[in-house]
Design a protein around this ligand. Sequence first.
Ligand code: FES
Ligand code: FES
Length: 159
Amino acid sequence: MTNQKFRQIAFSVNGRQQTLYIDIRKSLLEVLREDLGLNSVKQGCAVGECGACSVLVDEVLIDSCIFLAIWADKKEVRTVEGEAKDGKLSKVQQAYVDEGAVQCGFCTPGFIMATTSFVEQHQGEKVTRDQIKKAHEGNLCRCTGYQNILNAVEKSTDN
Ligand code: FES
Ligand code: FES
């Protein structure tokens, strides 16, 4: 008899194919952290309010705490662990470093994925501060270092 509470999923995480047998009640956040050790994905509120758990699923920014892992079946997931290439930080990561946009760092991976999504959607465009703020309104920083984060996003969109 098959166990109805468990199911196999196959998905790509940071470009690597993964096949897991998981509890269907698990969130993507739990699977990324507990099954794959991707601890950049942070649990803050756990109810979809703070953005600390933000990742990309098929290039769409989602809160992984309220996204069931089984919904990621056959999809592509990106977390901040996959953003540096050949030991070189992504442009967004480098902009966060350059602008000192990190304090305790708890919100930073989620912010970086939100910024990455924003930058990729607006390549070659001149964006406004209002657009930047709107695109990041789902991400909260409890250290409230928003000014430097906004500067980092602006720097990331420099063409
Ligand atoms: S932990 Fe997911 S939105 Fe806060
Ligand atoms: S840097 Fe501390 S929560 Fe944002």
